[in-house]
Write a protein that binds this ligand. Structure first.
Ligand code: ZN
Length: 308
């Protein structure tokens, strides 16, 4: 079985043909150039896909992971903040027409959690929560082996769980969403906000990576921000554990590269919010698919459909 997984991002479109063992057989990457409009993006994506499909025989399906509100059933991007002007565009149909291969389209965070089930640390599990800490915070839930989509297919917006009703304004219109605290953008803002209290801190450019690296070195500002971020994640994960009773929670996205220092703190604060009967029912881990998580996620959407 071979599936072409396409990770549609705001800057680049990364794609690879993956087999069911999680081996990458061929890969390709093109710039998204979203300013050139939907038709040109479709063209570039299809050309790159066709090149791969001709190189490797037997691709039976294409899976696409896209940010935004996705109508999986009809293969439509309803709206995506990174792609201005893409309102109700039939992405799956357009790619299918050009490549002559059946296409499944899914939200990228949903694809992430499915990728973990097929190829990552959640392999063999049926009840999984995936959370991606990137520029924003995305999430996906698999319950009883099935992706939780909700009635309109737009559910599991885990980044917009409110962890502080009096918190920062979020891009979604609410205040204090998890995304305002635990995204790379949120971490950077938190560090700037607290810097006056920690004049001895060595943090200079306030990127999320720098803040997390500083925390690892014991920088007090870094440690303070790490604690706030981990507390927010612990608040959200505590509730999610009570609702979904997951076996495993996988944390991915660029911020997860902070590694053990983030993981140990998130575990600690999550446990504080979880009632005793749930204490030994779940694991929290960091994704190890990292750079290819988007491709594996997209491919897994294809595999999931072939199997069902
Ligand atoms: Zn929000």
């Amino acid at each position: 079985m071979k599936v072409l997984g396409i990770d549609l991002g705001g800057t680049n479109i990364a794609m690879a043909i993956v087999n069911e063992n999680g081996e990458i057989l061929a890969r390709n990457k093109v710039e998204t150039k979203v300013h050139e409009g939907f038709a040109r993006v479709v063209e570039r994506m299809s050309d790159a896909a066709i090149e791969l499909i001709e190189k490797v025989n037997g691709v039976s399906k294409i899976g696409i992971g896209s940010p935004g509100s996705i109508d999986h059933e009809n293969g439509i991007v309803r709206f995506s903040p990174n792609f201005p002007g893409w309102i109700n565009v039939p992405l799956a149909e357009e790619i299918e027409k050009r490549t002559k291969v059946n296409v499944s389209l899914e939200n990228d965070a949903n694809a992430f959690v499915m990728g973990e089930k097929w190829f990552g640390k959640a392999k063999g599990y049926t009840d999984i929560i995936g959370i991606t800490l990137g520029t924003g915070v995305g999430g996906g839930v698999i319950t009883g082996g099935k992706l939780l989509r909700g009635h309109d297919g737009i559910g599991a917006e885990l980044g917009h769980i409110i962890v502080d009703p009096n918190g920062y304004p979020c891009g979604c219109g609410n205040h204090g969403c998890l995304e305002t605290m635990a995204s790379a953008t949120g971490i950077s803002r938190l560090a700037k906000e607290w810097k006056e209290r920690y004049p001895e801190s060595t943090i200079k450019n306030f990127s999320a990576k720098e803040v997390m690296d500083a925390a690892r070195m014991g920088d007090q500002l870094g440690v303070k921000v790490l604690e706030i971020v981990s507390q927010s994640l612990g608040t959200a994960l505590g509730s999610l554990i009570h609702i979904f009773n997951p076996q495993i929670i996988v944390i991915g996205g660029g911020v997860s590269r902070a590694g053990d220092i983030l993981l140990s703190n998130v575990k600690k604060y999550t446990r504080e919010n979880v009632m005793r009967s749930f204490w030994n029912t779940y694991e929290i881990v960091l994704s190890d698919l990292v750079d290819d998580a988007g491709i594996f996620g997209a491919a897994s959407i294809g595999f999931e459909e072939i199997e069902s």
